[in-house]
Design a binder for this molecule. Structure first.
Ligand SMILES: NC(=O)c1ccc[n+]([C@@H]2O[C@H](COP(=O)([O-])OP(=O)(O)OC[C@H]3O[C@@H](n4cnc5c(N)ncnc54)[C@H](OP(=O)(O)O)[C@@H]3O)[C@@H](O)[C@H]2O)c1
Length: 241
């Protein structure tokens, strides 16, 4: 069976947390390759500044800011609705928004636990739930989840973060099983990075010792997306050696 293909210049992406760090590097790579990218997170000014800088760098408007809180169901559904109304499709969903609340096991607060779970896990689930029907209907889609090394190994100082990132991988595996059984042309990738330096991001910057330069994340994303439609790079464990 020949699976539908689309060039990146025909694709629409949502990158949560696309105004900073890893998400911004993903956005730059996708937009430079021709995709239109909606970057979405809470800080409208940060998003606007990132969009302005990236559009100026690329020389054409391809990055669009959208302020929303991934913990808010109505705002999450409004984000997806606005993208579909404007472009009629969502081809790439990057679940990148995330945070950690460092609290040792005996000191975990209800609030800290909920903040991490709502942001890193429930938010990603809601976005997948809202985007997947459009991907299935349009017979094309890629979902990229940014988990972590802490989604594969437990660390005493961030137990809630570990639980959320392990959970994200479990959810992704269930989604992958679902799209495979449904015969949908949708791939699900997970990034499980070790430390990524999101401060020294210029091409000429040296990353902190023990950290990966963020450009490696972007290059790996573009490589993963370039694979044949029947090939999925399931979990991408990327570390500084
Ligand atoms: N850097 C690393 O070493 C590393 C390693 C492994 C995994 N990761 C994962 O990589 C992802 C990106 O992290 P980063 O390192 O690039 O740090 P970052 O710059 O702090 O990125 C986190 C992003 O999440 C967004 N965000 C946080 N809460 C949100 C909310 N409630 N609603 C919507 N967006 C929200 C933030 O934007 P706003 O503040 O504007 O909302 C921000 O853009 C995270 O999921 C992180 O867990 C990072």
């Amino acid at each position: 069976m020949t699976l539908k293909k689309k060039s990146l210049s025909e694709q629409i992406a949502i990158v949560t947390g696309g105004g900073t760090g890893i998400g911004r590097a993903f956005t730059e790579a996708l937009a430079s390759a021709g995709a239109r990218v909606v970057i979405a997170s809470r800080r409208a000014e940060t998003l606007q500044r990132a969009a302005d800088e990236l559009n100026a760098h690329i020389g054409v408007e391809r990055v669009y800011p959208h302020a929303f809180d991934v913990r808010d169901l109505a705002q999450t559904e409004a984000l997806v609705r606005s993208v579909v109304e404007r472009w009629g499709t969502i081809d790439v969903l990057v679940n990148n928004s995330g945070l950690a609340v460092p609290e040792m096991v005996e000191a975990i607060t209800e609030e800290g636990w909920d903040t991490v779970m709502e942001t890193n896990l429930r938010g990603a689930m809601r976005l997948v739930r809202a985007c997947l029907p459009h991907m299935v209907k349009n017979d094309f889609g890629d979902i990229i989840n940014v988990s972590s090394q802490a989604g594969k190994h437990g660390y005493a100082d961030v137990p809630s973060y570990c639980a959320s990132k392990f959970g994200l991988l479990g959810f992704a595996e269930a989604v992958r099983d679902h799209v495979r059984k449904a015969g949908a042309n949708v791939r699900v990738f997970n990034f499980c990075p070790g430390l990524v330096d999101v401060e020294h991001t210029a091409a000429t910057d040296e990353p902190r010792p023990g950290s990966v330069h963020v450009s490696n994340m972007a290059r790996t994303l573009m490589y993963a997306l370039s694979l044949d439609r029947d090939v999925v790079l399931e979990d991408i464990n990327i570390y500084s050696r």
